[in-house]
Ligand binder design. Structure first.
Ligand code: GDP
Length: 177
């Protein structure tokens, strides 16, 4: 069960970015859906979902923002990035272009977000390995160069979604605590 709202020690804003169609919304729903929360999508104008977890004995509300399609027009606003402590940059392992655009997303993030923002690179749709267009090594190399955490995951099967979010949140906790 979720703790009472008045027991929350930290709120961590995390933004999910990447090309349209890579699975951002699915990843977010997979992580947030287990939690009962009243302040998710249903509230007008609020484009995030939440999940409350405990790290180091502290109750942390992860507030995970979805672009809600803004990226289709390359019009993700600076308000979207403002105050983000963490970011997940998602590409689709079956779409080379979505990986080629990752550098741009990281650049945009660095312009708008704080320098201490923790960034994870996620190669989604790992269940479609037969149609892979992005070798794991390419992503590992890019992640190392840029200092990003990296995982391949599948929103469909759920593989690595939970662990990727938890790792990101743990790293944010190390930064803020
Ligand atoms: P967004 O535009 O980045 O938010 O992408 P969506 O979450 O809307 O997903 C785009 C499409 O990819 C949808 O048809 C999803 O069902 C599909 N999709 C998302 N994640 C996965 C995945 O892990 N595996 C597979 N096979 N399909 C996925």
């Amino acid at each position: 069960a979720s703790p009472a709202p008045d027991k929350i020690d930290y709120v961590f804003k995390v933004v999910v970015i990447g090309d349209s169609g890579v699975g951002k919304t699915q990843i977010l729903s997979r992580f947030a859906k287990d939690d009962f929360c009243l302040d998710s999508k249903s509230t007008i104008g609020v484009e995030f979902q939440t999940r409350t977890i405990t790290i180091g004995g502290k109750v942390i509300k992860a507030q995970i923002w979805d672009t809600a399609g803004q990226e289709r027009y390359r019009a993700v606003t600076s308000a979207y990035y403002r105050g983000a402590l963490g970011a997940m940059v998602v590409y689709d392992i079956t779409k080379r272009q979505s990986f080629d655009h990752v550098a741009r997303w990281v650049e945009e993030l660095k312009i708008h977000a704080d320098t201490s923002t923790v960034i994870s690179l996620i190669g989604n749709k790992a269940d479609l390995a037969d149609s892979r267009a992005v070798p794991t090594e390419d992503a590992v190399e890019f992640a190392e160069e840029q200092g990003l955490f990296f995982s391949e995951a599948s929103a469909r099967s759920g593989e690595k979604v939970e662990s990727s979010f938890l790792r990101l949140l743990e790293e944010i906790y190390k930064v803020v605590s």
